[in-house]
Ligand binder design. Structure first.
Ligand SMILES: Cc1cc2nc3c(=O)[nH]c(=O)nc-3n(C[C@H](O)[C@H](O)[C@H](O)COP(=O)(O)OP(=O)(O)OC[C@H]3O[C@@H](n4cnc5c(N)ncnc54)[C@H](O)[C@@H]3O)c2cc1C
Length: 381
């Protein structure tokens, strides 16, 4: 099988590339294991049962341009020398390629039983956490959340579940551990302190410099303390979602690809990458994984793919940081364009609004807007 253009992953980056290429007249094959894109930033709230599932997704069939065909399969390997991808048991050749599969939770070589660890990377993960946390609350008098990882996903998930337990009338213990010594290291001290004070005010025990030493599927030990019958969430890192890429490429520790300024791969001018799949350096640090960088990176990669096809010069991707907000259910921390820090409920509302603006239909946008006006009211059953 041969496709002119293959796009691996139909998330924020891949869909923007599809949109740019819709009038190109090219036949495009979008390969993605899911039936549609997911609004990932809403997943911690979905896992806690605070937002309805219908506003976080939409089938590809309803949004893809006519020249894009969707193959529902995961790409297991890309061979840049041969110009092929492996997906769904097929080897598919391409003339041009966009690698935009995002990232998946990284379990490293953890020996703990995977089926009892709750990581949050997909809609399926959020559904499972929601279902299993409800069952856990139903059978436990003294629920206890143990969260490994003090990045944004871990903290957002911890607070979403903590408030769900409270809403169910069950006071819930929360322990958050991380082997690194600093919570949210990209934040200045004052903002970090604000988040820490909020967590502590809700009874969370934040143990930095501490790793989970054992977990048998029920009880866990961290920093020498035993936690009995825990609900264990794993948010300790992420990695590139395609397991194998063969070729003369450079990858950073979590698998992200180093790219040229126009988002092409240095030794492969017909292959581009965007979104969470790329490591773009800014002030000596890789750019954080975020919706806006994926969205605009996907657009630029799509435009450059077309320019290359037409033998015209490509243009560099210049990411603009429009700011960010991290919601912790009842409060938030964020920084807006221009450097203004925000906190509290305003940030929670802004977060829901942005989930609406970047969503996939007017109905989804309207649902997010309702949440922005009335946050944390709880899901319909
Ligand atoms: C829980 C969570 C909360 C987040 N909150 C925020 C937030 O509040 N604000 C913010 O800016 N960012 C947030 N992010 C990060 C943000 O969602 C990502 O940076 C963004 O989604 C990256 O876009 P992408 O297009 O690169 O990848 P994605 O949006 O992840 O899309 C990748 C697509 O590729 C598909 N795919 C995966 N593996 C394969 C494969 N092997 N083969 C083919 N296709 C594959 C997936 O099904 C998916 O459709 C959050 C992420 C998570 C997980």
């Amino acid at each position: 099988m041969k496709a002119k253009v293959i796009i691996v992953g139909g998330g924020f980056a891949g869909l923007q590339a599809c949109s740019v290429l819709r009038r190109s007249g090219e036949r495009i094959l979008l390969i993605d294991p899911n039936p549609g894109p997911t609004m990932l930033p809403a997943l911690p709230d979905l896992a806690g049962g605070w937002v309805p599932e219908r506003i976080v997704q939409r089938p590809f069939g309803e949004i893809l341009p006519a020249n894009v065909e969707h193959l529902q399969a995961a790409v297991s390997s890309i061979d840049l020398e041969a110009g092929t991808v492996q997906a769904g048991g097929q080897t598919i050749a391409y003339e041009q390629l966009l690698i935009a599969p995002g990232s998946v939770p990284n379990f490293y070589d953890s020996p703990f039983p995977r089926e009892r660890m709750h990581a949050l990377g997909t809609l399926g993960d959020a559904r499972r956490i929601r279902r299993e946390f409800e069952a856990y609350l139903g059978r436990t008098e003294r629920p206890h959340l143990l969260v490994a990882g003090t990045g944004y996903t871990g903290l957002e998930l911890a607070m979403s579940l903590y408030f769900r337990a409270r809403a169910a009338g069950k006071p819930c213990g929360v322990t958050i551990v991380d082997p690194t010594p600093i919570l949210l290291p990209s934040l200045p001290e004052k903002q970090r302190r604000y988040v820490l004070d909020f967590l502590v005010a809700h009874g969370a025990d934040v143990r930095l410099g501490t790793a989970v030493e054992s977990f048998d599927g029920r009880d866990a030990v961290a920093g020498g303390t035993t936690y009995a019958d825990v609900f264990f969430c794993w948010a300790a890192g992420s990695k590139l979602a395609v397991p194998e890429i063969k070729g003369r490429i450079e990858q950073v520790r979590d698998g992200r690809l180093k790219v040229a300024p126009d988002l092409s791969l240095p030794n492969y001018p017909n292959a581009f990458a965007a979104g969470d799949a790329v490591a773009i350096e800014r002030n000596g640090q890789p750019l954080r994984k975020a919706v806006n960088f994926a969205y605009y990176g996907g657009r630029r990669a799509g435009q450059n793919l077309l320019q290359r096809r037409r033998g015209r010069p490509t243009r560099p991707f210049r990411p603009v940081d429009l700011g960010w907000v991290v919601p912790f259910h009842d409060t938030s921390i964020g920084r807006l364009f221009g450097g203004l820090w925000i906190r509290g409920r305003l940030g929670v509302r802004l977060h829901h609004l942005m989930c609406g603006v970047r969503n996939y239909s007017f109905a989804n946008f309207a649902g997010c807007l309702r949440l922005a006006l009335n946050p944390n009211q709880g899901e319909d059953p």
